[in-house]
Design a protein around this ligand. Sequence first.
Ligand SMILES: *Cc1c(COP(=O)(O)O)cnc(C)c1O
Length: 479
Amino acid sequence: SNALESRRAAVRAWGDQPIHLADPDIHELMEKEKQRQVRGIELIASENFVCRAVMEALGSHLTNKYSEGMPGARYYTGNQYIDQIENLCIERALTAFGLESDKWGVNVQPYSCTSANFAVYTGLLLPGERIMGLDSPSGGHMSHGYCTPGGKKISAASIFFESFPYKVNPQTGYIDYDKLEDKALDYRPKILICGGSSYPRDWDFARVRQIADKCGAVLMCDMAHISGLVATKECSNPFDHCDIVTSTTHKGLRGPRGGIIFYRRGPKIRKQGHHSSHCDTSTHYDLEEKINFAVFPSLQGGPHNNHIAALAIALKQVATPEYKAYIQQMKKNAQALAAALLRRKCRLVTGGTDNHLLLWDLTPMGLTGKVYEKVCEMCHITLNKTAIFGDNGTISPGGVRIGTPAMTTRGCIESDFETMADFLIKAAQITSALQREHGKSHKEFVKSLCTNKDIAELRNRVEAFALQYEMPASLIRIE
Ligand SMILES: *Cc1c(COP(=O)(O)O)cnc(C)c1O
């Protein structure tokens, strides 16, 4: 009938409108952001570019469905396909990391790694109980319980639980495992956390396991930055030693933004809490129930099914030889970049890298990470300032973190990263010159960035360089 047809037309008019018509303001900003991504050099170590299939799943009708609960045990009906998607995602997550389902389980629902980590604490601890992770200025992540040196509690992990950090050795930049052991034995955390966001070296997971056993702690690894290296066996394996492993899904894994939690299940391979509590006589891990309950219903509502489908797609790729080749190239690129900077007498924290990132100490050049980061941004190079330990143990934002995952995804190899090293050095020279010119006036310094012709010239070179390379999912036209 006519009445039905007019209702159908009304739904189509609202429901099928492309974004550039539905919302020109957002569309225009999205287009600008796309251009920024394509024309720039992306060196932020935690970023990457997803493929078209991941993006299509993310922007799909799966966002429409509520599916609170676990596959097969949902609060709402209509989840027969959603269940299959989440089960496939779970299966692929275990396969990607070489895990057997009788020893490990996984929750793929966390909205982010910060919330995944908080779910672990919520599931295992009472309010005020103790955690211990790598300090933020040492390269740890805030979600491991960050407090400022002045004692201000930044992370919810430190507001609702109690946290006490361990640190890197300020002289070497390496984690000081002996001090960590002393601190852990004094502090007796219930959860000991390894893994970080700005640590360029491999972890000694066997050593932290020994320490966790000595103080009776559950051992958790947050492998957010190195999960791609773990999956492809290009670094030491936290699954060999830890009880719980969390990760982001959008960094090295090249999936959608989100978090994931792996936990041991089945018979215990060691007595948990051996020294601290004699009441724990259970022979089986009870992490699964506690962690799943903490994710939902304690902390989250309905899972984002579009995200879980996208994650399943990414995890399928992680298990392929092509992905292994990607991770190996990412590592070689980090080596090439480190070598190129070292050849030009730059100082790198720990003297180099074992993984995908390096920490460049700018203090010998008289620069801070903040001013250098800003100049790089003006030249369309994105990287981020980072804390650097002085020889006397003081911390200053004197360096930058540089990572190779994103540009490796765009197809860059060692020689390309040597070119990028030239750009980075040029940007440092420009920063020095501007600092000399404008002395202490930060305002004058910032003003000069917009008119400086060296910056404009470097920006043009950077753009021309970046535009040579493919951008994944570039076929997706938002119109
Ligand atoms: C990036 C990162 C996180 C935070 O991930 P979000 O998904 O942004 O919450 C947590 N832990 C570590 C070690 C990280 O590097």
